[in-house]
Write a protein that binds this ligand. Structure first.
Ligand code: ATP
Ligand code: MG
Length: 501
């Protein structure tokens, strides 16, 4: 049984105190929730708990004794395991190799391959992941990769487990699986730190909640506090309308997809999105939503079928042509597909508009940089200035940049894949306002999302997918979570392969 306390800790980057005099105590057998907007300092706090950053002020205590946690290895010795917000897995290596990454004896000892394999299999079984341990990590979707990351932390038998937005990429079923595991760990006396932007998860798994705002400690309250109360502590104001969807009369067809097929993945996908419309794409993990979005955008190829944007049929697998025709994509995995992490915020915001400005033979650098600054302001991206690297921003703020890049580029049809993953409640509303702006300007939006309230709250119509096909289309105002889920599991094989990707 271990008790971990941060006592008055601060962290300074450059001239900014991103965490200021924060105290948190993680009790054995309790789940301590850290709550706050994007950039509030949550991940920075847990990085101090896990030896990645050293506090600039204050100190850390374990069981009442002052300690210094000098690195990840050190944290492990103290019994602290961390599931980081951004995945730390190597796509080229197998699941098993990833599970043991950094834990193999460096030299001297020899590796007992059989024992490793057995342990890896047990770890996957524990979290209900039905996958061969030799599968390369890169073949799994984000959700499954997240499950492996969780398995890896569990394998350490830690007495303190820190989970930084573990549920952001998971569907409800997988979340429930994780919560059941957390309940078991609680019963064993493991203390946990849990971060999530899904407020409904707090009362389900949490015991106490510490709220941070702009790096400041605000309050510690019981996890049974109402969502309204928590939002108010978090953002300092009430949020009246979580889903400010504006319905419009649909205009001409801007995106017309006919009979897209790809062996084993896409099955006769046909859909239309009209000017002014938001169409939601729902389904379980692995249903094929990301595949549809990527094929339309030209990020992947397909065997047969057509994609027509604003009356023009697009060649297969040609992103440049798609962008020229007016398509934009906010991808599922922002770190590998949506952003250049080492480039600045301004450079990232400008990426999608390079093509149109350079068409006239010169780049309008002055206008461009003004637009970048305006966009960053409008999205309320939290940063020192637009020259900061995108990779050093908090997760939710990175997502806003990917979004902002397209909102600058005058897209006609915006494809969204999990647009608000990891985005806080306030910023989520800002992103929804951007969606409204696109439709108000006569654009169209196709939005794949695992967040059912979001799909129902922000779409005009909901398309439901299962096993690579569209199994239904519901007007959003008549759809319910239940009716969508019923369509999402139809077409499933009898031996139930909900698990398959
Ligand atoms: N290495 C770094 N260099 C400079 N600034 C940083 C660095 N790491 C974090 N920051 C800044 O510190 C602030 C807090 O970031 P942190 O990642 O802790 O936020 P968070 O609460 O986890 O947000 P989110 O919900 O978006 O994940 C942000 O403004 C971020 O830009
Ligand atoms: Mg974070």
């Amino acid at each position: 049984m271990t008790q971990l306390s941060l006592v008055g800790v601060s962290k300074i980057f450059g001239n900014t105190k991103v965490v200021n005099n924060v105290s948190v105590t993680v009790e054995p057998g309790k789940v301590h929730v850290l709550l706050g907007e994007n950039g509030a300092g949550k991940s920075t706090v847990i990085k101090m708990m896990s030896g990645i950053y050293q506090p600039d002020e204050g100190h850390i205590e374990i069981d009442g004794k002052t300690v210094r946690i000098l690195g990840v290895e050190d944290a492990r010795k103290f019994g602290i395991a961390v599931i980081h917000q951004e995945l730390n897995l190597v796509p080229q290596l197998s699941i098993m190799e990833n599970l043991f990454l950094g834990m193999l004896p460096a030299q001297g000892g020899f590796v007992n391959y059989r024992a490793m394999e057995k342990k890896a299999k047990e770890a996957l079984k524990l979290i209900g992941l039905n996958e061969d341990v030799h599968t390369p990590m890169g073949e799994l979707g984000v959700a499954r990769q997240q499950m492996v990351e969780i398995a890896k932390a569990l394998m350490q038998n830690a007495s303190i487990l820190i989970l930084d937005e573990p549920t952001a990429a998971l569907t409800r079923k997988e979340c429930n699986q994780l919560f059941a595991i957390m309940d078991e760990l609680k019963a064993k006396g493991v203390g946990m730190v849990f971060i999530s932007h899904h407020l409904d998860e707090i009362s389900r798994v949490g015991d106490v909640v510490t709220v941070l705002r702009d790096g400041q400690y605000i309050d510690t309250v019981d996890a049974s506090a109402s969502e309204d109360e928590l939002v108010k502590l978090m953002v300092g104001r009430d949020i009246t309308n979580q889903f400010p969807h504006e319905h419009r009369e649909p205009g001409e067809v801007l995106l017309d997809v006919k009979d897209l097929n790809r062996e084993g993945e896409l099955n006769n996908i046909s859909l239309q999105v009209r000017a002014g419309e938001v169409i939601g794409l729902a389904g379980l993990v692995g249903a094929g939503r990301t595949e549809v979005i990527r094929a339309i955008f030209g990020a992947d190829s397909y065997d047969s079928g057509t994609v027509t944007v604003c009356g023009k049929q697009l060649p297969k697998h040609a992103i440049g042509k798609s962008i020229e025709a007016g398509l934009g994509l906010v991808p599922e995995d922002r770190r590998t597909q949506g952003l250049v992490l080492d480039a600045s915020v301004a450079e990232n915001l400008g990426l999608a508009t390079m093509i149109p400005t350079s068409k006239y033979g010169f780049a309008d650098l002055h206008g461009q940089s003004k637009r970048e600054i305006d966009t960053a302001k409008k999205l309320r991206i939290r940063m020192a200035n637009v020259n900061q690297t995108a990779g050093s921003l908090s997760g939710g703020n990175q997502q806003k940049i990917v979004f902002g890049k397209w909102s600058m580029a005058n897209v006609r049809v915006l494809l969204l894949d999990e647009p608000t993953r990891g985005v806080d409640v306030g910023a989520r509303v800002e992103i929804y306002e951007l969606i409204n702006e696109i439709t108000a300007n006569g654009g169209a939006v196709l939005m794949a999302s695992s967040d059912l309230p979001e799909v129902l709250g922000m779409s005009d119509k909901v398309l439901v997918m299962s096993e690579g096909r569209i199994t239904g289309c519901l007007p959003a105002n008549e759809a319910t979570q239940e009716s969508v889920m019923a369509l999402a599991v139809s077409h499933m094989d009898d031996d139930n392969n909900a698990e398959r990707n």
